[in-house]
Ligand binder design. Sequence first.
Ligand SMILES: C[S@@+](CC[C@H](N)C(=O)[O-])C[C@H]1O[C@@H](n2cnc3c(N)ncnc32)[C@H](O)[C@@H]1O
Length: 460
Amino acid sequence: MSIASTAPPPLELLAMRAPRYTSYPTALQFDDRIGPDDAERALCQSNDDLLPAPVSLYLHVPFCRSNCFYCGCTRQITRNPTLMSAYARALEQELSQRAALLDDDRQTVQVHLGGGTPNHLPDDDLSRIMERVHALYGPDPAADVSLEIDPRLLEPGQPARWAALGFNRLSIGVQDVDARVQRLINRVQPAEQVARCVGQCREAGFGSINFDLIYGLPAQSLQSIDATLDFVEQQRPERVAAFGYAHLPERLRAQRAINRVWLPDARARLALRDRIEQRLLAAGYQAIGLDHYALPSDSLAQAYRDGSLHRNFQGYTTHAGCDILGFGVSAISRIGATFAQNTKSTAEYHAAIATQQWPVVRGYQQTDDDRLREQVILALMCHRPVDLPALGRQFAVDPDHVFGPALDAIQAMAPRTRPLAICESGRLRISPEGRPYLRLIAAQFDAFQPAARPRSDVAV
Ligand SMILES: C[S@@+](CC[C@H](N)C(=O)[O-])C[C@H]1O[C@@H](n2cnc3c(N)ncnc32)[C@H](O)[C@@H]1O
């Protein structure tokens, strides 16, 4: 059976808003019923599991040198090295505090430094943090150790130093190479500057580079996105993430500098997304999930092909089933069924670390129903077919009863000739037409979001 009907045309669906589902439930459901004691208990208990999960570390560095107007991340604009060094020392302490709770034989398979802009930290601070990571957590020789960088901040010799610190993957914020778009988002970085950065990273031996791009930015057009894609083809990063711009000026002050009328409308956004996808596919990349692309030889593409792709707070990953330990302001830990988020306030963070407290201020404890829905939503986000009857058996529920309303809602979303998802013998999969609507399809299985809300950031 195809899930389809005659109701609204898919374009209208683009005006609906749905989460990106880097977790289920999303962070919107977190509250202060989870605190430091709960996180600590979950971590200590996880050591006693029959087969303790491998560990993935996420370190948040909130500092940026300048204010990119589009940015939705937790960050602080500063050029003050004293302030950054003080934060780095607190991160080192937090690494020690958490390691003391973790059994020595736990395996660390992933380390990611995100931001903000981790390469804005003074070199010595970055070195000390990584030395502490290696001393306390001893990442596997095959672990992915990655750093998010702003190419404008690169100084000679840095890529070689990063490699010596154990980093083997870099993620470069490219966003768009068009000069006008760059001016409107306050991120001027000529393509030559980014190319020089890529060249130096390649020279230092980095064999895995990711480019972050954004579509839906002010004044973006098919012509400007083509220039960005020409650049991508020339540089040939192993991975490309093409995020849809989320404009939430009510919540994000910096975005108030972006006038809504400069933004491409829903139809133009879809055209930009299609152009990115067509050109990257033609250039030999594989499309992965919602918004990622990878060269076929890359581990993310391999994981996609063999069905082991996973999604967590850092986006798509090859590391399923990890306990995630988050360090620094706003970082989220996930240990078994417990989510725990650190405070976003730098002052509160320093105070907690100084008193040896895990700076958790909110979180969530998953129920069985959450775990069931999580399996459906994460599989859909990873483009894996979902066997609904098998899940029903696993969780001892009637799949027709639990998933019937979601399937009906998806059916009502598109004309019969263009189904967004196909369900055959209880196996649900996204159709090619459904890919741009992945979030919306997943949202139908979200118990906290029974009806998708109209989207405020896109003019239809
Ligand atoms: C955590 S940010 C930090 C990146 C890094 N500081 C840099 O130099 O770009 C990672 C990525 O999130 C994406 N991003 C940030 N704000 C966004 C927004 N409002 N909508 C869509 N993507 C966004 C950007 O592509 C960015 O590169």
